[in-house]
Design a protein. Structure first.
Length: 248
């Protein structure tokens, strides 16, 4: 029977712009006594990747455009935040008070363009907002190459038709983000015709049980005991092409 273990890395310090994130994680693995083994996968929260890559923006430095000012008035959101959302958006999908759903330049359809202000700075500090990494798959590949194991970068997404957020993969390296099971038999020998598994999303969701969504401060989780045979592909393969999307 396959056994899966999850280990949150203890004692990681607050991450600042320019920090060597791979070195911080390697030190965390050493403190936890976790030597890398086959079947290990490291899940890293997007937030600390963005912080290390200097993706925090001071709101005082943002000049909102007329479009951002108008949309801010419609939604009740700070026009400076709206400006940052629009800069990375391909299009606005929907908006209502306190919410703007956009198609991000990375292909994700997401609330508020992935912009984050929670756990970024303390209440007494100058307001900042955290943007997504410029290239999450590239960020995962760099960490994977340095640390010597597959890496998934996770973020919390809401989901159409369901309440609540869940961890999903926005970057991945060293494993198959999407596994194509079409043509394989099910347990009764029936051929699968449409089955695609979001393998990296499932890994991110599992790690989210330890990462949490609030003050848990556990942004790195090691999953141990995984197995796969499909070829590696990046998290960008999880984005549904527009031609296949019945709801765009």
């Amino acid at each position: 029977m396959q056994r899966l273990e999850l280990h949150a890395l203890p004692g990681l310090p607050p991450v600042q712009a320019g920090d060597d994130l791979a070195a911080l994680i390697a030190a965390g693995l050493a403190r936890a006594g976790l030597a890398v083994q086959p079947g290990d996968v490291l899940v890293v929260a997007q937030k600390i990747v963005s912080k290390a890559e200097g993706r925090a923006v001071r709101l005082a430095e943002v000049e909102p455009s007329p479009r951002a000012i108008a949309l801010g008035a419609e939604t009740g959101k700070d026009p400076r935040l709206v400006e940052l959302i629009l800069r990375d958006a391909v299009r606005i999908v929907r908006s209502r008070p306190n919410l703007i759903i956009v198609e991000h330049r990375l292909g994700f359809v997401m609330a508020n363009g992935g912009l984050d202000q929670s756990n970024v700075v303390g209440p007494e500090e100058e307001p900042q907002a955290l943007l997504l990494p410029v290239d999450p798959d590239g960020s995962a590949a760099a960490l994977s190459a340095t640390l010597g194991l597959p890496v998934v970068i996770s973020d919390s997404f809401g989901r159409a038709w369901r309440r609540g957020t869940v961890g999903v993969a926005i970057g991945a390296a060293g494993l198959p983000s999407l596994v194509d099971l079409r043509g394989q038999p099910d347990m009764f020998g029936r051929t699968l015709h449409v089955s695609l598994t979001g393998f990296a999303d499932e890994i991110a969701a599992a790690a989210g049980l330890l990462m949490g969504q609030g003050a848990e401060a556990q942004p790195v989780v090691l999953l141990r005991g995984l197995a796969w045979s499909a070829p590696a592909n990046p998290a960008s393969t999880l984005v549904r092409p527009a031609a296949e999307d019945l709801f765009r």
